[in-house]
Structure formats: structure tokens, C-alpha cells
Design a protein around this ligand. Structure first.
Ligand code: ACO
Length: 335
């Protein structure tokens, strides 16, 4: 850990992504539940999703994504100070971040999980920025990773068609140069918590006479799709609008809009409200479905690798989902 407490700026200098090899097409899902490629693609834009098999692990995918981010940034694993793993599908309720720390060989890094569903990556970036701006840490890996295929009810066509598995990562570094994180806003509304859940169902057990405890299991994902849709198309444009103002910009200054890849219709509606043209909207929901905390860093990585996003480009991003929670940030890519 650095003992330099000079106020610093933040840069985003590396990214990476990984997804399981196995792909399930919409038509193949129609063999599992009563659905069709036409229904799924017209309502969501999704055409396929990657699904992890039994030998694939959340930590393994996250480590792959993180290694790519380190390589692009030219930062050695031993120089990472902090690893934040945004996930809602940790393989261990005590957290999976430390396993990634070990697999990376990031021996001096402190590592912890952050649970905020599909907002997790943006919440992670904002958390990382606090450590970097204060000068406490110099190199922070923010990873978004989820294997929601493990938590989806494959008999429930309302939800199982939506989700896919994957991991993405960014390396954020402290700098004495101007801060590349131009604005952020993170929010929660627990009054709508019941709209989207992966909840624990307690089963009563009498330990000794008069002492009843609860042991149980986590249930499959449940979702009120219409409410989540309404929430997203209202809250997300407002949040992005706020951060655009915070950054003293207008929506015309945004080079790329990278939203949480939940649904193409949500992305289109948000872009329309912000008057950001479709060619500036980064979308890969057709290929991956909704990968929860992983979706933004996967989309970012693909756009950077394709040469679309260039150093100095201004990116507006927003994650939203269970909690309900949402967050937006504006940052410039690269050094
Ligand atoms: N295939 C065929 N029919 C289906 C399917 C399916 N996969 N799923 C639902 N239907 C049926 C419904 O049963 C319903 O039939 P009915 O009218 O006979 O009852 C009909 O299609 C219409 O269903 P709606 O729910 O009205 O469909 P809607 O247009 O609202 O689209 C959707 C559903 C795509 C889920 C939409 O509500 C949505 O995108 N919501 C946002 C969801 C989201 O983004 N969630 C992730 C948040 S991120 C996170 O934190 C995990």
C-alpha cells in the first residue's frame, strides 16, 4: 500500500473480458421452455447467451478478464493494491475476491466482494475512485462477474431467456494528471426491493427445545419485468443527465453510451431520451444476454478491442437493477 496521501486523479488504462465457450441460441432455449427466437429477440434484442459449465468458475472467468486488463495497462499483478469484485453470484458467501487475488498472484492487494447486482460494476468504479483520489492506493482492479445461469429457474420463461454468464474488468490507476472520472451518481430505492430478487428461503429447525433457527436455501431469480423496465427507463436517463451536468458537458459531448446490457429496448429508450444517436450506443446484448455486473466491462472491452473507443473518448455509463439500485458515471478512456 502506498503511503502517498496527495489527492490524485483517476485513469482507466486497461480492460478485459471473458465468457464461457458454450453458447445457447434462442431456438435452443425453445426446446426448454415455451418461447421462440422471434419473441426473445423482438422484446429484448437477445439472440444467444454464454453459459458456464460445471468446470468453469466465477473466479476463473474473473481472473482471465483481470489478467487481460493488467496486460493492457502494463501493470504487474504484484503492483495491484485493491481488487473489487462486483458480483451477485459468488461461489462462496464469504466472498470470491480473495480467490481471484490468489489466482492472479496479486500478493499485496486487498480484495473484497461488492454486491449490487447489475449496478455492481458502476458502484465498484465509484468505490475504487475514492481510494485512488485520496492517494491511498495507486492500482485498483474493478471486476464485474456473474454466473446467473446457476440461479435462473430454467422452467421460467419470464426470466431464463434474459440472462447469460461472463466477466469483465478494468484497471484504474491514480494519476497526478487531470482526473478522467468526470462525474458519478449512485442511488438505491429499497422500497422496490421485491421487484427483483435472488432470495434466501429459510426453513425452520429446532436446535434444542425452545431454540428455533433458520437454515435454508437460496431460491431462483424472481422478477417483475414490467416494473424493472419502467424503473430503468425513468431513473437511468435522469442519472446520466445529472452526471453530464456535473461534468459541465452536454449529451452532444458523449462519444459512447455504454449501458448495462439488460435489454435493447431499454438502451434505445434511454438513448432517445438523452438524444444520443444509435451509432454512439455500445451494444452486445444480442451475443451475451444480460450478464449482470459483467455486462458493462464486457461491452467496454469489445468496443476498445474493436478500435471504436479511442484514448480520450468520453464515455457515459449506467448500471441498474436489483435493489433496486442504479448508478451512472462519465469518464474519459485511457491515459
Ligand atoms: N417467450 C414467450 N412468451 C413469453 C416469454 C418468453 N420468453 N416471457 C413472457 N412471455 C409471455 C408472458 O407470459 C405474457 O403472456 P400473457 O400475456 O399471455 O400473460 C406475454 O409474453 C407478455 O409478457 P410481458 O411481461 O408483458 O412482456 P414485456 O413486453 O413486458 O417484456 C421483458 C418482458 C422483456 C422481461 C420486459 O418486461 C423487460 O425487459 N423488463 C426489464 C427486465 C430487466 O431488464 N431485468 C434485468 C434487470 S438487471 C438485474 O439487476 C438482474
Amino acid at each position: 500500500m502506498s503511503s502517498n496521501h496527495t489527492l490524485m486523479g483517476v485513469t482507466f488504462i486497461g480492460c478485459g473480458a471473458a465468457a464461457p465457450e458454450t453458447i445457447v441460441l434462442n431456438d435452443e432455449l425453445a426446446q426448454v421452455v415455451d418461447t421462440s427466437d422471434e419473441w426473445i429477440s423482438s422484446r429484448t434484442g437477445i439472440r444467444q447467451r454464454h453459459i458456464g459449465h460445471d468446470r468453469e468458475s466465477l473466479a476463473g472467468l474473473a481472473t482471465q478478464a483481470a489478467q487481460q486488463a493488467l496486460e493492457m495497462a502494463g501493470v504487474a499483478a504484484e503492483d495491484v493494491d485493491l481488487i473489487i469484485l462486483a458480483t451477485s453470484s459468488a461461489e462462496d458467501l464469504f466472498g470470491s475476491a480473495c480467490r481471484i487475488q490468489a489466482q492472479l498472484g496479486a500478493t499485496k492487494a486487498v480484495a473484497f466482494d461488492l454486491t449490487a447486482a447489475c449496478s455492481g460494476f458502476v458502484f465498484g468504479v465509484v468505490t475504487a475512485a475514492q481510494f485512488l483520489r485520496s492517494g491511498v492506493y495507486r492500482n485498483v482492479l474493478v471486476i464485474g462477474a456473474d454466473l446467473l445461469s446457476r440461479w435462473v429457474d430454467w422452467q421460467d420463461r419470464n426470466t431464463c431467456v434474459l440472462f447469460g454468464d461472463g466477466a469483465g474488468a478494468v484497471l484504474m490507476q491514480g494519476t497526478i494528471n487531470p482526473d478522467r472520472l468526470l462525474g458519478f451518481e449512485i442511488s438505491s430505492d429499497g422500497s422496490q426491493n421485491c421487484c427483483l430478487n435472488l432470495s434466501f428461503k429459510p426453513e425452520l429447525r429446532e436446535l434444542i427445545p425452545g431454540v428455533v433457527l433458520t437454515q435454508g436455501k437460496y431460491q431462483y431469480i424472481t422478477m417483475n419485468g414490467k416494473e424493472v423496465y419502467r424503473f430503468a427507463i425513468n431513473r437511468v436517463p435522469d442519472a446520466i443527465d445529472k452526471v453530464i451536468h456535473q461534468a459541465h458537458l452536454t449529451s452532444a459531448d458523449i462519444d459512447w453510451l455504454i449501458l448495462h446490457q439488460a435489454n435493447q429496448r431499454i438502451m434505445d429508450a434511454v438513448a432517445l431520451r438523452l438524444q444520443i444517436p444509435p451509432e454512439k450506443v455500445v451494444s452486445n446484448v444480442a451475443k451475451y444476454g444480460n450478464t449482470s455486473a459483467a455486462s458493462i466491462p464486457i461491452a467496454l472491452t469489445e468496443a476498445v478491442r474493436a478500435g471504436k473507443i479511442q484514448t480520450g473518448d468520453t464515455i457515459a455509463t449506467s448500471g441498474f437493477g436489483a435493489g433496486l439500485s442504479w448508478g451512472a458515471a462519465i469518464f474519459k478512456w485511457g491515459n
